[in-house]
Write a protein that binds this ligand. Structure first.
Ligand SMILES: Nc1ncnc2c1ncn2[C@@H]1O[C@H](COP(=O)(O)OP(=O)(O)O)[C@@H](O)[C@H]1O
Ligand SMILES: [Mg+2]
Length: 262
């Protein structure tokens, strides 16, 4: 498998503060690659360098064989981004938001219309196509952002904390859609604070902490490396001890001494 993103000793500083501290990683075509870490770990900063909205200070970063920082326009056309913040046009309807976006990519109108209808179906928003953004729930807005990221048929989808702040039901709907994309062979980069999300979706993950990658591997591999096949002892709310298999959350706690979501 060839790599779609390759980073070597990547550094990003903000006025002397090092947000991304010399990280190296390789994302292969067809895989779902996860950046895990607590708030402030440097996940979004890394993602923003990949889609060329924030220039690196040093290191190498190649996306689809192109040089990030040089071939920015070409790289942007190849990517579909679901940003952490909700940034839809509130004055427009669901449908209009997608039409506007298709316009940026010079997709001919009839083709754009057809693709948009398919995407609205895919994210289960056809019934809301004529509604204004202000009338959508947060989960719906997220799903619309997924549709928008797919408008230009990207080679790589980047989702920055796509389920943070959603209720469990809305979260599961998003997971379902992302899993479907994965089934279709879409290459995905995902950042998350939720271990369960990473275990469900990611083939390969890196754990970030204070701008550094402290561990990389497949979820089950990381668990095996830290805990072997052993059960771990934990206490329930009533201080009763019981044993269960270790999870990715346990790995994170062991490595950083912190809970992911604080
Ligand atoms: N534009 C910026 N200016 C100054 N500091 C920033 C900026 N963006 C991010 N940071 C800092 O960089 C660190 C990493 O942030 P971020 O990449 O957003 O983390 P994460 O996405 O993992 O929560 C944080 O300490 C954050 O405050
Ligand atoms: Mg972030």
């Amino acid at each position: 498998m060839s790599s779609i993103v390759a980073a070597k000793d990547l550094v990003k500083k903000f006025n002397g503060f090092t947000a991304v501290d010399g990280i190296s990683f390789e994302i292969k075509e067809g895989e779902c690659f996860g950046f895990l870490g607590p708030n402030g770990a440097g996940k979004t900063t890394t993602i923003r360098m990949i889609h060329c909205v924030s220039p690196k200070n040093s290191g190498e970063l190649r996306v689809a064989g192109l040089d990030a920082g040089v071939d920015n326009r070409d790289i942007k056309r190849l990517l579909g981004v679901i940003p952490q913040e909700l940034n839809l046009d509130e004055d427009l309807t669901t449908y209009e938001n997608l039409v506007l976006y298709a316009g940026f990519f010079d997709i001919p109108r009839p083709e754009a219309r057809e693709r948009i209808m398919e995407l609205l179906e895919f994210v289960e928003l056809k019934a809301k196509m004529k509604n204004r953004i202000t009338q959508l729930s947060t989960g719906m807005k997220r799903r619309l952002q997924i549709a928008r990221a797919l408008v230009n048929q990207p080679k790589l989808i980047i989702a920055d904390e796509p389920t943070t702040g959603l209720d469990p039901q809305a979260r599961h709907l998003i997971w379902q859609r992302l899993r479907e994309l994965k089934k279709r062979g879409t290459t995905m980069v995902l950042t998350t604070q939720y271990m369960e999300e990473a275990e469900q979706l990611c083939d390969e993950i890196v754990i970030m902490h204070q701008g550094k990658i402290i561990r990389q591997g497949a979820p089950d591999q990381l668990i095996r490396e830290e805990f072997g096949a052993e059960m771990i002892e934990v206490k329930d709310a009533k201080e009763r001890v019981f044993r269960r298999p270790a999870t990715l959350e346990d790995v994170f706690l062991k490595l950083t001494g912190r809970h992911l979501i604080e």
